[in-house]
Write a protein that binds this ligand. Structure first.
Ligand SMILES: [Zn+2]
Length: 177
């Protein structure tokens, strides 16, 4: 199946009315910020997004993104493969609604996303943000794959505590007398 490139801009309200469904790819070469956050990235991001209206008549769109990257392990400095699978659920809001207090209270499941003056959202930027947010705060190998083992991090083995009574227990006894 041919992979369609998703549009960079989209009109979410119009798409919700049409109940549009998109399945396609976005190019990571269009995502400079994302590329700078990872060591290497696959050429494409697989994206699925569905626009719809809920029972309250609120427009929303939800879907998922997946791609694979390589990150630099913060423990051993080697690169390792990391898969990204992240899902989202947004509701488009007008700029005015964001700035005033009388905005429509969005249910918690929706993250608000601002539409521009043309009623569009920058889907590319939005997805790029989602991908960046999905990255681990500290990139680390799985412990068993890391070149620096946890034992080496501990500067020698710590002997298990012996069975002698706590010396302070003796003091406690003295105090009692
Ligand atoms: Zn590592």
């Amino acid at each position: 199946m041919q992979k369609v490139k998703l549009p960079k801009f989209i009109e979410p309200v119009k798409s919700a009315t049409k109940r549009s469904d998109y399945k396609g790819v976005m190019m990571t070469s269009d995502m400079a910020r994302f590329l700078s956050a990872v060591a290497t990235a696959a050429d494409t991001v697989e994206a699925e997004v569905r626009f719809d209206k809920d029972e309250q008549g609120l427009n929303f769109f939800q879907g998922q993104l997946s791609t694979s990257v390589e990150l630099v392990c913060q423990r051993c400095n080697e690169q390792f493969a990391h898969s990204i699978h992240t899902s989202f659920c947004f509701s488009p809001v007008k700029r005015k609604a964001v700035e005033t207090d009388d905005e429509v209270e969005l249910p918690d499941i929706y993250e608000p996303v601002e539409v521009n003056d043309h009623g569009e959202i920058n889907l590319l930027q939005l997805f790029e943000d989602e991908l960046i947010l999905s990255l681990p705060i500290v990139a680390l190998h799985a412990e068993e794959d890391c070149n620096i083992k946890r034992d080496e991090m501990q500067f020698g083995k710590i002997e298990p505590a012996d069975e002698r009574p706590n010396p302070f227990a003796v003091l406690k006894e003295l105090k009692r007398d």
